[in-house]
Structure formats: C-alpha cells, structure tokens
Design a protein around this ligand. Structure first.
Ligand SMILES: Cc1cc2nc3c(=O)[nH]c(=O)nc-3n(C[C@H](O)[C@H](O)[C@H](O)COP(=O)(O)OP(=O)(O)OC[C@H]3O[C@@H](n4cnc5c(N)ncnc54)[C@H](O)[C@@H]3O)c2cc1C
Length: 349
C-alpha cells in the first residue's frame, strides 16, 4: 500500500495514527506517537469477566501482572510454612485467605489498567473501547461495545492485536474444569489435584502458584526434554528446583483425551510405557499461544496474511512504530516463543 500522502487526513474522525490493540505492544506505540505531536487513537476490545472494558491486553489483565501478583503472594505463604521455622521464626496459625489474595491481585490489575487511561489522557491519545477492523485505504471501522459504529481514517495504522491461548483438540476448554491460563489465575479454591498440560513458562508458573498453596500438581509435557528451547544447563537446574517444590513433571507425556466426569477431569495420555490415566480436579491447558486476528481485516484492506515464519509475532512496539512510518501499516505483537505457534506475517500487497 502506498503511503505518499504526507498530509493528515481531514474530518472529525481522521487521525495521524490509529493503533488497533491496547496491550504492551499497542499502548506504548500510541503514547509515543502522541508525544511526537501526532493525533492518535488507540482501539481496544478487551472485556473482563465482569463485563468491564480495560486497556492493557493480555499482559495487564490476564498474564504477566496477575500471575506475578499471585507468585508474590504464594511465595510468601510458602515461605511462612516451609522456611521461616529454619530461621528460628515461629508463626502460629498462618492460614490462607484465597479470596483476599485474589482481591489484592484484582486491585493491582485495576490500578495498572486504569493507569493506561491516565497516560493516554496526559499524552493526548483518544481511547476507543470496542472492535477495530481495517478497511481499504487505511480506513478503520470502529464498533464500540454498545454496538455503535463509526469510521476512522489514518495516515498510519498499527495492528497490535496480540495473541490467544491455543486449544488442544484432545482436551478442549470446558470451564470451570478445563481452563486456559486466564482461568487458572482466577480459581476460587485450591484444587486437591491440578493437572497442567505444557511445561512451558506459563504452565510452570501457574503450577507453582497452586503447588505453593497446597495442591498436588502434575505437569504433562509432550516433549522428552524439559524447557527444550532454553540453555540445557539452566533447564536442568530449573527442573531440579520445580521438582523440589513438589511439581510432578512427567516428560514425553502426550495427552490423548480429557473428559469431565462430575467434579473431576479424567485425563488420558501416552508415554514411553504406553497408555496412562490421571484424575484431577482442575486441568489447565498451557500449550502456547497463537496470533489473535479475529475479524481484524475487512474486505480488501490492502494487505494480507501469510503463514511464512517471520519475526512479526515478536516485533516490539518500537519496531512496529518504525515499520509504521515506512509503510503506513504495521503489525506488532509481543509474545513468548512457543513451539506450537503458527507464526503469521504481515505483508503488503
Ligand atoms: C499467564 C501469562 C503470564 C505471562 N507473563 C509474562 C511475563 O512475565 N513477562 C512477559 O514478558 N510476558 C509475559 N506474558 C506474555 C505477555 O502477556 C504477552 O507477551 C503480551 O501481552 C503481548 O502483548 P501484545 O500487546 O502483543 O498483545 P496483548 O497483550 O494480547 O494485547 C492485544 C490487545 O489487542 C486487543 N485486540 C485484538 N484485536 C482487536 C481488534 N480487532 N480490535 C480491538 N482490539 C483488539 C485485545 O483485546 C488485547 O487487549 C505472559 C502471558 C501469560 C498468558
């Protein structure tokens, strides 16, 4: 798509830059562009379980921030029970108040996501909460959460629509029993036994949270090697650490089925010894994430997806912004590498 019209578009809904996606890739790009005196709108469709809209994307609402909040709380709980006595500190009657722990996590998330709105206000970014869809000629259809529609135009468009959990065909999501990482962060009781499919960073993090609170945790990993993408000396040390914590990590375990039966989930898997079975109260599927592009492109948007591997899915916002300056349209997302992810590439046609 050509980008030779250097003048800002005219009209009430014309911006220099429109960013679709208000996660860690999109919102800093929007703020930076506004700080550079461009007129900017940032569109984001995120809705929390209570129906409230929020900027911040996966990271602030359902990823890095809530998981770190729970990791901190559960580490304290674990240390009180497992380590304080060795130091000569006796704490009698320390008990778990999970509702309070979750409330604290929610408060941190709310504070940070509302902080983005304050940053937008200070920088002069127009926040738009609803769905964004790229149309021909760098026009964007915006559908607000109340259903009202309007069309925007932009000299530059940044697509920063992020990623979504990959579903496992043999263990489809069935909340509240079979959940993704977001569901695993919101459990309202400590399961007696928790199954985690995937010994990647997210699976290990979530498994650690619930193990520290007393759950028996079994992690099933299809690959024969632990943290295969990491330095193997580090991976070996990490495996020792997680096993010491009490995670039952089973490598080379391929899940073949999962069925909810009453209050439990019956999981079948195959390992080197043959068919195996496992019964858990809750099952977390954490096998990776894939690019989220639902209804992102309208008819003839002037560009198309390809399946070729590229660095597009790990493009930091700054790079997306530089690309934006050149082509008029940029795709930027930040996501941990996962072996199962089908990488998407943005290309101009
Ligand atoms: C449990 C967990 C823990 C994690 N911990 C860490 C960590 O410790 N450190 C780390 O670096 N990373 C961590 N991550 C990964 C991190 O969350 C992602 O790398 C990051 O969120 C990617 O940012 P993004 O802006 O590309 O996408 P996202 O954060 O997913 O944001 C994309 C936003 O775009 C919106 N959107 C999509 N399409 C449209 C559309 N058409 N119209 C309007 N809005 C749209 C989405 O609703 C979303 O709000 C973790 C992830 C998880 C799940």
């Amino acid at each position: 798509m050509k980008n030779d019209d250097k003048q800002p578009s005219n009209g009430a809904d014309a911006f220099d830059v429109v960013v679709i996606g208000g996660g860690p890739a999109g919102y800093p790009a929007a703020i930076r562009a506004a700080q550079n005196k461009l007129s900017v709108a940032c569109i984001d469709e995120w809705k929390n379980r209570d129906g409230s809209a929020a900027f911040g994307g996966t990271c602030l609402n359902a990823g890095c921030i809530p998981s770190k909040a729970l990791l901190e709380s559960t580490e304290l709980y674990h240390r009180v029970h497992e380590e304080f006595a060795v130091h000569g500190i006796k704490v009698a009657g320390a008990t778990l108040d999970l509702a309070q722990m979750q409330k604290r996590k929610g408060g941190i998330v709310r504070g940070m996501t509302q902080g983005i709105l304050a940053l937008f206000k200070a920088a002069g970014v127009t926040p738009l909460q609803g769905h964004g869809r790229l149309l021909a000629g760098r026009r964007i259809e915006f559908t607000a959460h109340d259903g009202t529609r309007r069309e925007l135009s932009a000299r530059h468009v940044v697509l920063a629509s992020g990623s979504t959990p990959i579903e496992l065909r043999s263990a489809p999501f069935a909340a509240p029993h079979i959940v993704d990482s977001w569901g695993a962060l919101d459990l309202d009781a400590v399961p007696k036994r928790l199954g985690v499919i995937g010994a990647g960073v997210i699976g290990l993090e979530l498994g650690s949270v619930w193990r520290r609170l007393g759950a028996e945790v079994v992690v099933l990993e299809a690959l024969p090697d632990f943290l295969a993408f990491a330095d193997q000396a580090l991976a070996k040390e990490a495996l020792r650490h997680f096993r010491k914590l009490g995670l039952d990590i089973r490598l080379g375990a391929k899940v073949t089925g999962a069925a909810v039966s009453g209050a439990t989930v019956d999981v079948s898997y195959e390992d080197a010894k043959g068919a195996q079975h496992l019964s858990v109260e809750r099952l977390v599927v954490a096998i990776g994430r894939r690019p989220y592009t639902r209804d992102l492109l309208g008819p003839d948007p002037g560009c198309s997806w390809t399946n070729a591997a590229s660095s597009a899915s790990i493009t930091p916002a700054a790079r997306a912004w530089r690309a934006c300056g050149r082509s008029g349209i940029a795709y930027g997302a930040r996501c941990w590498p996962t072996r199962a992810r089908r990488r998407a590439r943005w290309s101009r046609t």
